[in-house]
Ligand binder design. Structure first.
Ligand code: HAM
Length: 416
């Protein structure tokens, strides 16, 4: 038997009803903040992620679905959306046309990770990218949009962690100090961290390995290497969050795994999902436009993992029953009514009703059972008598009450 690909999932039934609710809220929140939807292809040139996300990141190092197409181009199923959005913004000159571009997206992404609860190889993100503002107000707006979206969904068991990576210059100074400190203790670091020492030393700070943690506890702090601009930027972001009443903690070890960040970085985590605890990640990525060959453009954004939202909502509320697929089920009570029943269904669909009809030529009783199972509001019963006097028996499903309605009054009766 052929099964679904490992780490990928079919969505249907009650779970899909929860997805639909999340999708409605996402759209509503993005609209409320004045963001416009942007859609990019699922596949991009591999080079985009190598340059944008960085060769030192886990994503590029070991998680991408990369293949050569028939023309010999190396393509990759997108593992994240920020680099594609920036690629598109450069390509379509978005920021030159409008100094501030507020964009949002929703769609599937692919990372070859070890699957477990909350971590999949195909997953979905809702995200927003604010292009063209270097000001801390933009960082705060982005964080608020992420935070309020979770609140609007009723997800409150989450915590916001913030940090700042400062400007490139202050980060470089810190990087040198950190590497010097770690170099002396290299043999005690985990294998992963030893490898990262040259490639991406800041990542060692958020290693989960106990030995790494013990060593980094005494490491120099990024905070002490920040220049005045970086400090002021971060202070204003915090001021705005405080004023908006958004609770957060500052986490010195939060560095994020992608190479494009500068200044503010943040994550929203939950304790309700086991080890896959990050619901949202984001930050400012002023270097990215230039990394991708564009004109330098400041930008900030976030991505929320939708699978994790759905898991949280199901845990919170036990999920939602799917919406009934239709309002009306047309039941043919006799063989001579089968064709007229189909025609009635066609007529009502054209009038804007959602209508099911029998496609198995079963007994009236079996059709009524199906109508009840589908959860429709009305069953319309059509038999020899009704055909003769051009009426339909309208049965209200929730109480079983029945009314005989003439053909020509049917639509207005159902709408009343
Ligand atoms: P990220 O931290 O790699 O950031 O991913 C953001 C969120 O996507 C995570 O917090 C998590 O909820 C979800 N996620 C990631 N990997 C998986 C997976 N394998 N299965 C299920 N969910 C997953 C980014 O992607 C950046 N583009 C965020 C950003 C936007 N930075 C600036 N703008």
């Amino acid at each position: 038997m052929i099964k679904v690909v490992r780490g990928m999932r079919d969505l249907f039934g009650t779970e899909l009803a929860t997805w639909h609710r999340v999708e409605r809220v996402i759209r509503q929140m993005a609209d409320a903040y004045g963001y416009r939807e942007f859609r990019t292809p699922i596949v991009e040139h591999t080079e985009l992620f190598k340059r944008g996300v960085g060769e030192g990141s886990d994503i590029v190092g070991k998680e991408m679905y990369t293949f050569d197409d028939r023309g010999g181009d190396s393509l990759t199923l997108r593992p994240e959306m920020t680099a594609p959005i920036v690629r598109a913004a450069i390509e379509h000159n978005l920021v030159r046309h409008q100094p501030t571009s507020r964009l949002w997206y929703y769609g599937p992404l692919f990372r070859y990770e070890r699957p477990q609860k909350g971590r999949y190889r195909q997953f979905h993100q809702f995200g927003a990218e604010l292009l063209g503002s270097a000001q801390p107000e933009a960082d705060a707006e982005i964080i608020l949009l992420a935070w309020e979206t979770l609140r609007m969904l009723g997800i409150t068991s989450v915590a916001l962690e913030l940090n700042t990576l400062g400007t490139a210059a202050s980060r470089q100074a810190y990087r040198d100090a950190l590497v010097e400190y770690l170099q002396d203790r290299k043999e005690h670091l985990s294998e992963d961290s030893q490898r990262r020492l040259q490639l991406n030393p800041l990542r060692i700070l958020d290693s989960k390995d106990p030995a790494d943690k013990a060593i980094t506890d005494g490491a120099p702090l990024l905070r002490d290497h920040l220049d005045v601009d970086s400090q002021e930027h971060f202070a204003t972001v915090r001021l705005l969050l405080d004023a908006a009443g958004v609770p957060y903690t500052v986490n010195d070890r939060l560095v994020r795994g992608l190479d494009y960040y500068s200044h503010t970085v943040f994550e929203i985590t939950t304790t309700d999902l086991g080890s896959q605890n990050a619901v949202c990640g984001g930050g400012r990525y002023d270097p990215l436009f230039a990394m991708l060959g564009g004109q330098e453009t400041p930008a900030v954004g976030f991505s929320i993992g939708v699978e994790r939202l759905v898991l949280l909502l199901e845990q919170l509320e036990g999920g939602f029953p799917p919406e009934p697929p239709a309002e009306v089920f047309v039941v043919a009570l006799s063989d001579d009514a089968r064709l007229p029943a189909q025609l009635l269904a066609i007529r009502l669909r054209r009038a804007g009703f959602t209508v099911l009809s029998d496609l198995q030529r079963r007994s009236g009783k079996a059709q009524l059972k199906e109508a009840a199972k589908e959860g429709v509001r009305w069953a319309l019963l059509l038999g020899t008598d009704e055909l003769a006097d051009e009426t339909v028996v309208v049965r209200r499903m929730h109480d079983g009450s029945q009314t005989n309605v003439g053909h020509s009054e049917l639509e207005s009766f159902l709408r009343a």
